[in-house]
Design a protein around this ligand. Structure first.
Ligand SMILES: Nc1ncnc2c1ncn2[C@@H]1O[C@H](COP(=O)(O)OP(=O)(O)OP(=O)(O)O)[C@@H](O)[C@H]1O
Ligand SMILES: [Mg+2]
Length: 222
């Protein structure tokens, strides 16, 4: 069974979606579209009646709703709120250890789709890099009980994770970036890793985010 991504044009590149019981790292720089892709992924599931949860360490629920309103295909997310779509906001000042975080997600008995925005916040509160890596491995193992998790990761320059093992621990890695293309920069989506799946790695697919929605244009930027 596969978990459809919600991004038009992406599922067909990865054997119809993400494998069940996997944790996928969704990494990229500022403004590349991580949060919107996360929300879009949940809306895709919510429409099918799946139980979906967005855990935000960044934007508040009101901020996220505001972002949803600006995009036609995401507008309808609001009507699933309080039903099968939950948004949990954990404010920035709050000290959040990985253990405490696992406690929060374990309050939900069965989640089909989970988005965590973002793992960098858990790194900030780790006692050491080694402690973070151990806790991260434990978290990923725990999250595999759910249908599919998108673990969002803020990255710098051309990196695909923070350099602390996220890309190794997760079952898949989708990286977003901007490419200076002639006069107009383009958004790029690359699949670096996806366990249990036949796909072409690291092909730069053009990602489009506009007032209508989120999709791959079908153009490969080589
Ligand atoms: N209605 C819209 N029409 C066109 N583009 C939009 C619209 N709403 C958002 N965007 C684009 O999406 C970008 C924000 O995407 P998103 O918040 O998902 O990025 P992000 O990768 O999560 O960024 P950050 O790392 O700062 O959290 C905006 O900078 C804008 O370019
Ligand atoms: Mg974001």
């Amino acid at each position: 069974m596969r978990i459809t991504t919600g991004i038009k044009g992406l599922d067909q590149l990865i054997q119809n979606g993400f494998p069940l019981h996997t944790v996928i790292l969704l990494s990229g720089g500022p403004g590349t579209g991580k949060t919107l892709i996360g929300l879009n992924f949940l809306l895709e599931g919510a429409k099918k009646g799946e139980k979906c949860c967005f855990v935000s360490f960044n934007e508040s629920k009101a901020d996220l709703l505001r972002a949803l309103k600006g995009i036609e295909s995401l507008k309808e997310a609001e009507r699933f709120l309080g039903k099968n779509l939950a948004i949990e906001h954990i404010a920035l000042g709050e000290h959040i250890t990985m253990k405490k975080f696992i406690e929060i997600v374990s309050r939900y008995p069965k989640i089909d789709r989970l988005v965590i925005d973002n793992v960098n916040k858990l790194l900030m509160f780790a006692e050491s890099k080694q402690a973070y890596r151990i806790a991260l491995a434990e978290l990923v193992r725990y999250l595999r009980n759910f249908g599919c998790t998108l673990l969002i990761c803020e990255t710098e320059k051309d990196a695909i994770d923070t350099g602390n093992g996220e890309a190794f621990e997760c079952d898949g890695v989708i990286n977003l970036s901007f490419l200076e293309f002639e006069e107009k920069p383009k958004r790029i989506l690359e699949i670096h890793k996806l366990r249990y799946t036949a796909f072409e790695p690291k092909v730069p697919n053009e990602l489009v985010i506009d007032s209508k929605g989120i999709r791959l244009s079908g153009t490969r930027i080589i």
